[in-house]
Write a protein that binds this ligand. Structure first.
Ligand SMILES: C[S@@+](CC[C@H](N)C(=O)[O-])C[C@H]1O[C@@H](n2cnc3c(N)ncnc32)[C@H](O)[C@@H]1O
Length: 266
């Protein structure tokens, strides 16, 4: 993950604030505002207050109870004042019961709902968080394993918007000492499987140049949905398209298109 020390950075959905604390200590951005979805009491009960205090001691602004989808939870945030907004390993918070899920899901599955969270993050970042005269970058770090890889992060999130997808770079956790990737709801940390940081922004030009690359499977002759290919022949391709895995991905795509044309869509 490339970080320019000149940047003013907003972190979204930090778990225990260990990412923001490490970012501040080892990359020293010009300015950092860290945000957590949980309220302060919940954060402290789940993970303790070590990183919260570290950040406060460094005069870093920390906002708790910050839901990136809800303007009314953003409190004292100074709008349109950041160069970069980062969401590390996003995932919807768990639901307490089947009933709660059915009440809140609007008829959509978890795949579409997670994509919706990421789309809203990107659109709100551009409209409310990024400085139009700044670097103009949004980072999402995720994993290339199920269920995350089934969200089609590179191709699906910015459909029918003016945003641009610039490419991706490896996320090297070694460059963030002390960072522990957290589960949504528990005081556990997630296995450090390889992370990839995907990058978007409102400007046509890719400011990060060849620090970013685009995956081969986005090219013609591959299946971007299943991240596979190239196909040796038409027959090879047809066989792939009939396989259960591909059909499942098509099903997720259909749901996503339904979501995008629904009233719930941003
Ligand atoms: C798998 S955890 C990763 C936590 C942390 N980013 C890390 O890397 O350790 C997913 C995080 O997304 C946050 N999240 C989910 N929905 C959110 C929302 N609407 N606004 C802000 N954060 C959200 C959760 O609270 C949770 O902390």
């Amino acid at each position: 993950m490339y970080i320019d020390p000149q940047w003013r950075i907003l972190t979204v959905g930090d778990g225990d604030l260990s990412f923001s604390a490490s970012l501040l200590k080892y990359h020293q951005p010009q300015q950092l505002t860290a945000t957590v979805y949980d309220q302060l009491a919940e954060l402290v009960q789940k993970y303790g207050d070590q990183h919260y205090r570290e950040l406060c001691n460094e005069q870093c602004s920390v906002l708790t109870g910050f839901d990136v989808t809800r303007t009314d939870s953003w409190g004292k945030l100074t709008k349109n004042s950041f160069d970069l907004v980062i969401f590390q390993f996003p995932l919807l918070p768990g639901f307490n019961s089947r009933e709660e899920f059915e009440q809140k899901c609007g008829g959509f599955g978890l795949n579409a709902l997670n994509r919706a969270l990421l789309r809203t993050f990107l659109l709100n970042s551009v409209e409310h968080f990024l400085d139009p005269d700044g670097a103009g970058l949004c980072y999402i770090t995720s994993k290339d394993v199920k269920p995350y890889r089934e969200w089609s992060i590179e191709t699906s999130l910015i459909q029918n918007t003016k945003l641009h997808y610039y490419g991706s770079m490896p996320f090297d956790i070694e460059r963030f000492p002390g960072y522990r990737i957290r589960n949504v709801d528990r005081d556990k940390h997630v296995k450090d499987t390889k992370g990839i940081t995907y990058v978007w922004g409102p400007k046509a030009e890719n400011l990060l140049g060849d620090r970013l690359s685009k995956a081969k499977y986005l090219n013609k002759g591959y299946c971007a949905l299943c991240r596979t290919g190239p196909f040796a022949s038409d027959r090879d391709k047809q066989e792939h398209e009939q396989a259960r895995k591909h059909q499942q991905m098509l099903d997720y795509e259909r749901q996503w298109q339904q979501y995008l044309s629904s009233d719930l869509s941003f």
